[in-house]
Design a protein around this ligand. Sequence first.
Ligand code: UDP
Length: 319
Amino acid sequence: MKKVLVTGAAGFLGSHLCDRFIKEGYHVVGMDNLITGDMANIEHLFPLKEFEFHYHDVSKFVHVAGDLDYIMHFASPASPIDYLKMPIQTMKVGAMGTHNLLGLAKEKGARMLIASTSEVYGDPLVHPQTEEYWGNVNPIGPRGVYDEAKRYQEALTMAYHNYHGLETRIVRIFNTYGPRMRVNDGRVLPAFFSQAIRGEGLTVFGDGSQTRSFCYVDDLVEGIYRLLHSDYHMPVNIGNPSEVTIKEFGEEILELVGNPKAKLIYKELPKDDPKKRRPNITKAKEILGWEPQVSRAEGLKRTYEYFKKAVKVDETVEG
Ligand code: UDP
């Protein structure tokens, strides 16, 4: 039985990855320090003998007993308000956490895949973004703690690959959504769904003309699973190229939820908010034979089912 360590196991993406590896017959070691993760996301795995959980901060020395075949590094605060609240921890998990895990991978002879991000492109001057684009990041702006930690993470991973011959994979993840997103994580989709369900104003930042391209979580997990098992060590974009303005996105959610009390309201645009973002997925198509299967209409419907249960109608949400 192959054994995989998933860091950030109690998080949105980490928990979906744990499910996938369990389904594929792996032994899964989940690790999380629960600063943004939620045990509810993995509680269903605890009865399984193929699953074990370690409560641990990977920016400190990491050890896992016995053999290890794969490491998936998905631990990190991942929403702008989280990494603004936890700037040092965000840098530590991307930098020191990655270093510890690369060391563990080397020790065990494991293959390591890191969760990088479209944020390495910053506020991009090339559109759509190809993997060759070096990006436009403000290192000392509010998002710099996340963006630069992830850029350092990529650089360190490439160094371990080139210098130590470690087997590494780098996925650049574009905005992803689906069940298990935290209601209060501050990202646009949880904010809009909660506000629409509660009949509040949907907080559009700026004039809403900025764009994002949203990928449903099952598509993302499929792309990552294929990348892990490919023989390609350079970064690969995984995301859905269907691009939408934030204003249109708000309107789509308003229509889906159909709460007559909810409407769009406008708030100040946060500093360094990227004006547009859309992945070029030619590499993923050619190398992995992957492209998204779930349309935004379908993905939003499935995600709405989750938010209907997750949102407490008498609470307000940060937006
Ligand atoms: N956004 C918004 N209202 C919110 C939260 C976010 O209009 O309540 C905007 C944000 O300014 C950005 C986009 O939605 O342009 C996506 O933001 P998110 O925090 O989800 O992720 P990002 O892609 O910026 O990392």
